[in-house]
Design a protein around this ligand. Sequence first.
Ligand code: EPZ
Length: 434
Amino acid sequence: MDKLVIRGGNPLVGTIRVSGAKNAALPAMAAALLTEDPVILENVPQVRDIVTERNLLAAMGAEVELGYGRAQHRTTISCRNLINAEASYDLVKTMRASTLVLGPLVARMKTARVSLPGGCAIGARPIDLHLKGLEKLGARISQEHGYIEARADRLTGARIVFEKITVTGTEDLLMAATLAEGETVLENCAREPEVVDLAALLVKMGARIEGAGTPTIRVQGVHKLHGARHRIIPDRIEAGTFIVAAALTGGDLTIAGCDPQHVAALLSKLEECGIHAAVDADSVRIVGGGPLKAADIVTEEYPGFPTDMQAQYMVLATQAEGTSLITENIFENRFMHGQELVRMGANIKIEGSRAVVRGRTALSGAAVQASDLRASASLVIAALVADGETIIDRVYHIDRGYERIEEKLRGVGAQIRRIGQLIPKRIAAAVEAE
Ligand code: EPZ
């Protein structure tokens, strides 16, 4: 298993480029299931979750073609001959977003068989709202042997009110509704930029959608969708991760190729902490190193402070003067990084959905373990700030959603390298068996 070795203390200086958003690319790839024609996606990040989704689509009979050279971020998906409307347990267990194929499959293939995802490191994460919504659209849902089966000759439009705001739930039902008969009104929808990006792709494919980005989305179903070409939006969480890293390492970093509006909640919180960002049309410049003041955050659905930035913000709170209260409202178990940060010298007390961070405390390098994608990002930031060397284990978590993170950070002055399995697997297995 790879590890990242980071020596802290270097200021980040220069320009770092943001990749395409993983969480926008995943539903966009699933949307290709809705048509027989090729869907061409640009700016698809080269991260592990995208590889998983490619494997998922290929297992269904989709032809997935990758660009190369300058077009390496282009993916062309053709779902003309789908042979198997199934998402297997093996794939769903490694990536919950695989459930995004449920809506498109039942809409286009009249049937879908998708493994029910289990809980994950950050919470239980049920998909009941996806299923209730599909039932409202007329799908018959059953569950057997750990799989959800959905069937419908043709989905019919309905009014669906989400009991709770769900990002992939909104995306799943939005995709299903595009091919349903008549009008679907989705209420209490997620307003995330990734939902808006998906709607933009679907409209290019011939869907009739109004209101994406607001709580109410109206969809007039059509008989058929066609192919399209679409550029995925920049990754706002990757951008946010670099913004926090820049604020803490005391350099002068331009985060290029991002959409500053998508990180507005983070930037306004950083302003409260004493960090001013210079914002351009598609970049954010941060000059770090000044004193930081503590500030509380509460994670919320977009446009509130994102849960996907909570772990990274916690590192910032350890470097701010005073006490910061961090309230996690979206997932029930998303503080695993807290204990690892304590091992690096942070003063953090976790009580249920709240973390109390007392700063400022010096951080010192240590051996730590990544527990999920954003937790790993927070450990990278902590390591960049810490005194001495940090070794982060289980970096496969970070590879799920950050493209070439060590290369990008090295390019702006970080001392970071990846090391692979140090001892041959054969010997490691023998040692473990002893
Ligand atoms: C999306 O997950 C993102 N994943 C997550 O990104 C992100 O953390 C999350 O939204 C919140 O912003 C993708 O877009 C692929 P939800 P999703 O459904 O859609 C509850 C990352 O690090 N809920 O909006 O799975 C749920 O348990 C990740 O990139 C139900 O109760 O999240 C949670 O408490 C991790 N029933 C809340 O809603 C349901 O049927 C919001 O979850 C669905 C959700």
